[in-house]
Design a protein around this ligand. Structure first.
Ligand code: NAP
Ligand code: 3JN
Length: 339
């Protein structure tokens, strides 16, 4: 069986660390792992399969003899180094927004559009969608295939881990400080996140939406390969450590009942239905953390329109929302394209 040289760019970050863990968990056929980060990480080490690896500083020469590059060190790093890696023959799976809307780069969620991976030969770069988009399309694709979707209205409740290591530390620091009657320092977000909700994720755009909201709109249309779906999003940061939750309302093209949606989703890849209101069972971020599935519950008909469904979708934003999705892409890549 062929094995692969894999580089993880941003290996010391929340997403990069999870990638290394998942490569090990899923027994990905790694020949050699290269852990790359910035100057700040010089001298650090990381563990893979019980062995210790030095963190190397990312540079122009980092991709010689690398087969697969898993990038999660921010958009500007990807813009600069993904093409460098691709020129060396490394296939890049990029977790940032740098190439998501590039028509020559596939934007892939394995449960939804695995066939799109074939386009990777154009630039050697495959884009991983935004975490909030991934979990939503995993749950919506079976419904789209069954009855069509005319419109999606989504509101998100996003965990601080989506912003990275410093944001996780900030929520813990602020919560601890407030319990001890001390000052809660505000550094990462524009306002205090502890005991609060912030209706702003990423920067505001001219249309009044945030960049995160427009990522959900544009990425959903590209992944579903249907620019006619109407999508509107409100993205909110909440004081949760891991697990993004979403309230999703859809208008379908043909009528579908809540029971039929439950049945469809109970057979859908990557989805777990948790929907038992009588015993107060519905998806919770604290239960989704550390898990691979996208959890769906509170499935009910929208009684305000003839063909509407409401649901609550929860997933681990660092696993399915980032690292796991990227490695699932790599698994298809090696199985169908790199042999
Ligand atoms: P994080 O915990 O803050 O980690 C950032 C990582 O990037 C660290 O390894 C850091 O290395 C590295 N890095 C930063 N600047 C660099 C540079 N100039 N050269 C080389 N390495 C550099 O952040 P994270 O949560 O892991 O997220 C990282 C990125 O992944 C985000 O910026 C975003 O683009 C993407 N992301 C995507 C999703 C998604 O929705 N699919 C979700 C989360 C994150 P040092 O430790 O040396 O600073
Ligand atoms: O905030 C979240 O919950 C997800 C954040 C994702 C993110 C954070 C910084 C930069 C992204 C992304 O993946 O869209 C980016 C980016 O690459 O633009």
């Amino acid at each position: 069986m062929r094995t692969y040289n894999v580089a993880v760019v941003g290996a010391t970050g929340l997403v990069g660390n999870e990638m290394i863990r998942i490569l090990e968990e899923r027994n990905f056929p790694v020949n050699q792992i290269t852990c790359l980060a910035s100057e700040r990480s010089r001298g650090k080490t990381l563990y893979f399969r019980g062995a210790e690896y030095p963190v190397e500083v990312l540079g122009e020469k980092s991709f010689k003899r690398i087969d697969i590059g898993l990038f999660s060190a921010g958009g500007s790093v990807s813009e600069k180094y993904a093409p460098v890696a691709a020129r060396e023959g490394c296939v890049v799976i990029d977790n940032t927004s740098a190439f998501r809307m590039d028509p020559d780069c596939p934007l892939v969620v394995p449960e939804v559009n695995p066939e799109a991976i074939a386009l990777y030969t154009k630039k050697g770069i495959i884009a991983n969608p935004n975490c909030s988009t991934i979990q939503m399309v995993v749950a919506l694709k079976p419904i789209y295939d069954a009855v069509g979707i005319r419109r999606i209205v989504v509101s998100t409740y996003q965990a601080v881990s989506g912003t990275g290591t410093k944001a996780v530390e900030e929520l813990i620091q602020q919560t601890t400080a407030l319990f001890n009657m001390k000052e809660a320092k505000v550094q990462v977000y524009p306002h205090r996140i502890a005991f609060n909700c912030l209706p702003q994720i990423d920067v505001f755009l001219e249309n009044g939406y945030t960049k995160e909201e427009m990522k959900m709109v544009n990425e959903t249309k590209k992944i579903m390969n249907d620019p006619s779906i109407a999508v509107t999003a409100t993205t909110v940061r909440v004081p949760v450590l891991y697990g993004h939750s979403e309230s999703v309302n859809i208008e379908t093209k043909k009528k579908i009942s809540a029971r039929e949606v439950r049945e469809l989703l109970s057979r859908a890849p990557g989805v777990k239905v948790v929907d038992n209101p009588a015993s107060k069972e519905y998806p919770l971020a604290i239960d989704a953390a550390g898990r691979d599935e996208t959890f769906v519950g509170r499935i009910r008909e929208d009684e305000s329109i003839p063909q509407g469904i409401n649901m609550w979708i929860v997933s681990d934003n660092i696993r399915k929302g980032a690292a796991l999705n990227a490695i699932q892409i790599a698994e298809i890549l090696m199985r169908d394209y790199l042999r």
